[in-house]
Design a protein around this ligand. Structure first.
Ligand code: JFZ
Length: 415
C-alpha cells in the first residue's frame, strides 16, 4: 500500500469505534430473555423474526445524542484520532439517509435525522478522521444477505451485493465527505471477484480510503486482529485491533464488566509498542448516551493519552526487550525511548540496554531527571533514572530517555 495513503492511520494509534443501532434499544434483552453474547447479535442469537425486529425502528429516538458534543469530547478529552460508526451492522439498518433501503434512521424512525451526516460535520469541525463500519456480507434484513449460523443456500448474494451493498457503499462515499476508512466485517461467503468489485467501487470514488482487514479474502489494506486479541509480538505491517471496554459492542444494560482505566492504558501501550492501532468501542444507549462508567474510564485513559501525547501518536514499533518488568511498557520514536511507568517506584532500572543518553525527562511537563548509564559487574548495559520524590507513590506517568542512537539497543540475556 502506498505510504502516503496510510500514514495518518499509522500515526493515529488510538481510535473510537461506535456500535449503535436498533439492537441498542433491546440493550441485551428480548421478551424477558437476556443474551450472554454480544448484544448487537441478539436478532440472530434469539431468532427474532425480521418483521418483529424491523418494528424497533419506530422506537429509535436518540434525543440525547449531540454529535458536536460527542466528537469534541472524543477528540479533546479522550484523545482519539479517528471515529468509526456502524453505518450498517448485520441487522441491515442504515444509520444514515439511504435512498437504497427505507430501513434507515431518516425514513423509519421518529428521530428522522441523519446521524452519520451530523457525525461527519462534527468530525470536520474538530479535525478528526471519520470512518464507517459496513457489514458487506451479512445482512439479516435483506432476503439475499448472508446470516451466520443459518442455511444460506438458495440465496442470490450477488443480487444483494448489486442492489443493496454496493449502492449503499456508494452513497456513503459520495455523500459524507472524505472517508478515512471503511470497516468491512465478517466477510462470509464473499468471493475474490466480489471483494474486488467492492474495492474497485471504493477506489473509483475515494482512492485514499482505507479498507479494514475484514474486507474479504485478505484483500484489505491492513491487518485486523481478532476482536480483543493482541499479538504477543511486534507485528511489522500496519494493523489494528477492535476492542471493547466491557464484553459487548452494542449496548447491553446488564454488562457491567468494565475494564479499569489502568487496564486499558496498559493494553493501549502494549498495542502501540507492537505497532498497532487500538480501536476502542463505545456502545451508546438508544437515547444516544454512552454509559457513565464507560465515560469515566475513557476520561481517565484520555488524561493519560493527552498528557503523554508525544509518547503515543506517531510512535514506532518497539523491538523485544528481553525482560518483562511489571508496570513498565515502552514506546519509541527516533532517538527516544519512552518508559511508561504504570506502578509506583523510586527509580527506573533497565537492564540489558546498551544505549548512551543525552538526557531524560518527565514527558508531561518536560522536567529533567537524573540518570545513570552503566555496565553491571556482569558486563550488561544498564540505565537508571531517578524518580523525583513527589512521584514515588504515583503511577501512570511517562519518562523519555533521549538516546544518542536512533533506536533502543536491547541486549540479549547471556547465560
Ligand atoms: C464482528 C461482528 O460480528 C461484531 O458484531 C462486532 O461488530 C465486531 C467488531 O466484529 O465480530 C467478529 C468478527 C471477527 C472475529 C470475531 C468477532 N474474529 O475474527 O475473531
Amino acid at each position: 500500500m502506498a505510504k502516503t495513503r496510510q500514514q495518518w492511520f499509522e500515526d493515529a494509534k488510538y481510535g473510537l469505534f461506535i456500535h449503535w443501532g436498533l439492537y441498542s434499544i433491546l440493550a441485551g434483552e428480548y421478551k424477558g430473555r437476556k443474551t450472554d453474547r454480544i448484544a448487537e447479535w441478539i436478532e440472530n442469537d434469539f431468532d427474532i423474526p425480521v418483521e418483529e425486529y424491523e418494528k424497533l425502528a419506530a422506537q429509535f429516538n436518540p434525543t440525547q445524542f449531540d454529535a458536536d458534543v460527542f466528537v469534541k469530547r472524543a477528540k479533546e478529552q479522550w484523545g482519539v484520532k479517528y471515529i468509526v460508526l456502524t453505518a450498517k451492522h448485520h441487522e441491515g439498518f442504515a444509520m444514515y439517509d439511504s435512498k437504497v433501503s427505507d430501513f434507515n434512521v431518516v425514513k423509519a424512525t421518529p428521530y428522522g435525522k441523519d446521524i452519520l451526516k451530523d457525525l461527519q460535520l462534527a468530525c470536520e469541525k474538530y479535525g478528526i478522521r471519520m470512518g464507517f463500519y459496513y457489514s458487506q456480507s451479512q445482512d439479516w434484513d435483506d432476503p439475499n444477505g448472508y446470516i451466520a449460523h443459518k442455511d444460506n443456500s438458495g440465496k442470490d448474494f450477488q443480487k444483494y451485493l448489486d442492489e443493496k451493498c454496493k449502492p449503499q457503499v456508494k452513497e456513503l462515499l459520495e455523500n459524507y465527505g472524505k472517508i478515512g476508512l471503511i470497516w468491512f466485517d465478517t466477510p462470509m461467503g464473499i468471493t475474490v471477484a466480489q471483494t474486488q468489485e467492492l474495492i474497485d467501487l471504493v477506489r473509483s470514488i475515494q482512492p485514499d480510503c482505507l479498507l479494514s482487514g475484514r474486507t474479504g479474502n485478505q484483500m484489505g489494506d491492513y491487518m485486523t486482529t481478532g476482536d480483543n486479541f493482541i499479538p504477543r509480538l511486534p507485528y511489522e505491517d500496519t494493523w489494528e485491533i477492535p476492542a471493547t471496554v466491557n464484553d459487548t459492542w452494542g449496548y447491553n444494560k446488564y454488562d457491567t464488566n468494565w475494564k479499569s482505566a489502568d487496564h486499558i492504558i496498559n493494553l493501549l501501550l502494549k498495542i502501540i509498542s507492537r505497532g498497532g492501532n487500538y480501536l476502542l468501542n463505545v456502545g451508546p444507549t438508544a437515547d444516544g448516551v454512552v454509559p457513565e462508567k464507560c465515560v469515566e474510564i475513557l476520561n481517565e485513559v484520555g488524561r493519560y493519552v493527552t498528557e503523554n501525547s508525544e509518547a503515543i501518536y506517531g510512535t514506532k514499533t518497539v523491538g523485544i526487550y528481553p525482560y518483562d518488568i511489571p508496570g513498565i511498557e515502552f514506546t519509541r520514536r527516533e532517538n527516544k525511548l519512552y518508559v511508561h511507568v504504570l506502578s509506583p517506584r523510586i527509580r527506573i532500572e533497565l537492564l540489558n540496554i546498551g544505549n548512551q543518553l543525552t538526557g531524560a525527562y518527565l514527558v508531561r511537563n518536560g522536567q529533567k531527571l537524573d540518570y545513570g548509564v552503566m555496565r553491571t559487574c556482569e558486563g550488561d548495559g544498564k540505565i537508571e533514572v531517578e524518580i523525583p520524590e513527589e512521584l514515588h507513590n504515583a503511577k501512570n506517568y511517562c519518562v523519555c530517555l533521549e538516546l544518542v542512537e536512533k533506536e533502543p539497543i536491547f541486549e540479549a540475556i547471556k547465560g
